[in-house]
Design a protein around this ligand. Structure first.
Ligand code: TPP
Ligand code: MG
Length: 374
């Protein structure tokens, strides 16, 4: 009986810019120019400020809940920058605002979404992306489906879908990966491994040594990158998209990063996270290392930082104004966007919503109508 090894695999790790802002110039060749890094860093400053303001809006009762993106900006921006705006399709979860903004989503849409206003989910036609996906993992199936459509139509377009480490334990993840692999669709699976799924640490989440290796079972090229390094993220994503565009099928990227804030504003991570772990990752903050890099090139200093922060403040003030000055939605609107023709039961609910819901006082002015029977 023959005894042999039938399969062997390895997973590569890529870092180009280290925590101290030192660049591996050989690996950085043909990635980002210094001007591009400066522009992207300026965007990081804006998006970090947006994140902090969103947090404060929730704390002051002006927004329902919010999952901070803090610490994951390089992963979102580096990958988003590699994708073609207006052509490639982004299929996000909720921790890659930066990529969506880069691809043209008006920033106040994200605030509207978290304020519970459905208009935040009505993506403008010019933006190639789906709305945020809160059910964990469902968007990956959409990404596979959209990429399949691109393939059938012979369009030179790709999807890139974002999800967390926790999402890779979901059935949807495996189904999406399986179909993407067998159908060879042009989709990049971009996992933001931020080490935590709410209070579940990565070690408890999976017995897999890396998240990246999960893709091997689905026949995909896969790589693990330093997710706080825009050079590495950009290179891995660009290569994966190029391969997909040439008919090379799907790829997987595990971006190793860290959720510097709580899971959402409804969470208190101090109850389950070691402060020393958080401190160690704060030193790897993508904003710190990209600033250090630009400073080492003589392209950044305290004055430029102050200017960038002032600009960010002004931009975000306008964004908040746009979200808060929009006319309040009517409760009836919730019946509008799901069905082309509203089923009878929902027609009944819409017509009686102000008169027979629990907690409504039918004696209130204008609410005396009795429920209509249908
Ligand atoms: C299908 C589904 N199950 C459970 C939840 C509740 N939930 C919200 S976020 C989350 C953890 C997700 O972790 P991960 O995928 O690592 O993403 P992260 O929040 O860390 O970015 C869970 C379990 C959900 N939203 N959807
Ligand atoms: Mg996570």
């Amino acid at each position: 009986m023959p005894q042999k090894v039938v399969y062997e695999a390895k997973v590569e790790y890529l870092q180009i810019l280290d925590e101290d802002g030192r660049l591996d110039t050989k690996l950085a060749k043909d990635t980002l120019s210094d001007e591009e890094v400066r522009d992207l860093y300026e965007k990081m400053v804006i998006y970090r400020h947006f994140d902090e303001v969103a947090f404060k809006l929730q704390r002051s009762g002006r927004m329902g809940t919010y999952p901070q993106n803090k610490g994951q900006e390089a992963a979102a921006l580096g990958s988003g920058y590699a994708a073609k705006k207006g052509k490639d399709f982004l299929v996000p979860c909720y921790r890659e605002n930066a990529a969506l903004f880069l691809h043209g989503l008006p920033m106040h849409y994200i605030l509207l979404h978290w304020m519970g206003d459905e208009r935040g989910n009505q993506i403008p036609d010019a933006c190639c992306m789906t709305p945020l996906s809160i059910p964990i993992g469902t968007q990956m199936l959409h990404a596979t489906g959209i990429a399949w459509a691109f393939k059938i139509r012979r369009e030179e377009r790709c999807t890139i879908t974002y999800f967390g480490d926790g999402a890779t334990s979901e059935g949807d993840f495996h189904e999406a990966m399986n179909f993407a692999g067998t159908l060879q669709v042009p989709c990049v699976f971009f996992c933001q491994n931020n080490q935590w799924a709410i209070s579940v640490p990565r070690e408890t989440q999976t017995a897999s040594e890396t998240i990246a290796q999960k893709a091997i079972a689905y026949g995909m090229p896969t790589i693990q990158v330093d997710g706080n390094d825009m050079f590495a993220v950009f290179k891995a994503t660009r290569d994966a998209l190029e391969r997909a565009r040439k008919g090379g099928g799907p790829s997987f990227i595990e971006a190793v990063t860290y959720r510097l804030a709580d899971h959402t504003t409804a969470d208190d991570a101090k109850r389950y996270r070691d402060p020393q772990e958080v401190e160690a990752w704060q030193k790897k903050d993508p904003l710190i290392r990209h600033r250090k890099y630009l400073e080492s090139k003589g392209m950044w200093d305290d004055e430029k930082q102050a200017e960038a922060e002032a600009r960010a403040k002004k931009i975000v003030q306008e964004v908040v104004k746009a979200a808060e000055s929009i006319e309040k939605p009517r409760p009836e609107d919730m019946f509008d966007s799901t069905f082309a023709e509203l089923p009878q039961e929902l027609i009944r609910q819409r017509e009686t919503m102000r008169t027979c819901s629990l907690g409504q006082n039918p004696d209130q002015l204008g609410l005396r109508t009795q429920p209509q029977s249908v």
